[in-house]
Write a protein that binds this ligand. Structure first.
Ligand code: IMP
Ligand code: MG
Length: 180
């Protein structure tokens, strides 16, 4: 793929770089106030959330640690949460921490539901979910983020960490992908 082909699939910018950073500053300062003085751990699910985590972590001024995990979900039927396969686990014992899961997008909700149940079983002091994007129309399992930065309609989106076949993660904004 060359640059021209790459650009031809970017239909339109849905959320600009500036809008993303403004919301991150807002939520980052809420979190900084709420968790100051508490042991805080930001957990990011790879790969999609790596850009969001990098910016969000720098918008949180209170002391905190970060950790990563990689998860894949499998399900028996279309409405079940199925089972989650952890392909890379956290390198830290989360009991004793207030955990914030930092996610790129909640679509059907399956991945996050599984990860949330798994992490709850490890007895963190508390656990909440912050998602950059939420596509509520697509939900297959009951799950809501504690904080969602943007709610979007049912479009396939790319950029700011989100991919299409592993490309487009490097776009600094969120765009609609041209599926034609
Ligand atoms: P869920 O288990 O269906 O909620 O899956 C969420 C995962 O699917 C996200 O972490 C993304 O990696 C991927 N995903 C869902 N919707 C999109 C999209 O519009 N663009 C890119 N990736 C997406
Ligand atoms: Mg993906």
């Amino acid at each position: 793929m060359n640059h021209k082909e790459f650009e031809s699939k970017i239909k339109r910018v849905l959320i600009s770089e500036e809008e993303i950073h403004n919301r991150i500053r807002e939520v980052g300062s809420q979190v900084s106030q709420a968790y100051d003085g508490k042991p805080l751990l930001l957990v990011s699910i790879l790969k999609g959330a790596y850009v969001f985590l990098a910016d969000f972590s720098r918008a949180v001024s209170c002391p905190h640690k970060i950790a990563f995990m990689c998860a894949k979900s499998y399900y028996e039927n279309t409405s079940s949460a199925g089972v989650v396969n952890i392909t890379m686990d956290l390198d830290i014992d989360i009991s004793g921490y207030h955990v914030l899961i930092i996610e790129d997008i909640i679509d059907t909700g399956r991945t996050l539901k599984n990860v949330l149940n798994l992490l709850k079983a490890r007895n963190p002091q508390s656990i909440k979910v912050i998602t950059l994007l939420d596509k509520p129309e697509r939900r297959k399992v009951e799950l809501e983020a504690d904080i969602s930065l943007f709610t979007i309609p049912d479009h396939f989106v790319i950029g700011y960490g989100l991919d299409c076949a592993e490309y487009y993660r490097n776009l600094p904004y969120i765009a609609e992908y041209d599926e034609t």
